[in-house]
Design a protein around this ligand. Sequence first.
Ligand SMILES: *[C@@H]1O[C@H](CO)[C@@H](O)[C@H](O)[C@H]1NC(C)=O
Ligand SMILES: *[C@@H]1O[C@H](CO)[C@@H](O)[C@H](O)[C@H]1NC(C)=O
Ligand SMILES: [Mg+2]
Length: 260
Amino acid sequence: MRFIFFFLICVAAIAAKASHIDSIPNQIHPLRPKTGSGGRHLAQINCLSWRLAVETNNFHDWKLVPLQCEGYVGHYMLGKQYRDDCYNVVAAAIQYAKTLKIAKDGKDVWVFDIDETTLSNLPYYARSDVAFGAIKFNGTKFDEWTREGKAPAVPGAIFLYRTLLAMGIKPVFITGTKEEFRKIRIANLKKVGYHSWIKLILKGANDTGSSVTYKSGKRADLVKAGYRIVGNIGDQWSDLLGDFVGLRTFKLPDPMYYIS
Ligand SMILES: *[C@@H]1O[C@H](CO)[C@@H](O)[C@H](O)[C@H]1NC(C)=O
Ligand SMILES: *[C@@H]1O[C@H](CO)[C@@H](O)[C@H](O)[C@H]1NC(C)=O
Ligand SMILES: [Mg+2]
């Protein structure tokens, strides 16, 4: 029995070495030790496969980044790949926008989500007690971060915003951020270079239910008011599914959290 146990540990150690899970270069911050009853017995996860499933919306309602993928997601988010992926989405959106015939009545609008689409919370998610979404979300702490009003722009987002404005497409922001943060969000948006929009829609006290329901309702109001949603960009599938999603939708990467 003892021998079998020892043998299994050796196999686990060799497997770990072969897949380099303990030798990731350029660590953002030290991975939490994998000791204790949990670590060694966790199933191996291919973090790239996990991220692909997340981005394609094959995985629904996941709560946390798998602990083993904290380092992977951290390197992805802080490295070149995330930036390249964002710019690639922006390039596709601009290429599409150029094919549109924009009316002169100012009713052609583009819906922008805010968090991880317009403003980035990456400085918050990179904190060691958040660990890129691998540790339980704390709404109080997140609200404190939002109140700081220091979120930078998402890579490429200002470029998309300015390009669309220059084409005569009007921006509309629809965010899950609560109405009480309106002033701080406006200040944050202006600070990083978003200066004009026709609507900034935040979540009011009566906006209950899922994000899909909330955002669909707000888009329905836009359409009722005579606006034409020619494009829609977000980091969550719940920004892009539901009713009146727009003529085309664009999905930015976000392997840090899931909002339904
Ligand atoms: C969330 O963060 C706040 C503020 O730092 C802290 O007081 C609270 O205990 C945390 N809640 C949980 C469940 O960890
Ligand atoms: C929310 O709904 C209640 C009841 O219908 C209403 O009295 C209140 O004005 C609404 N609040 C907002 C912010 O729309
Ligand atoms: Mg978002």
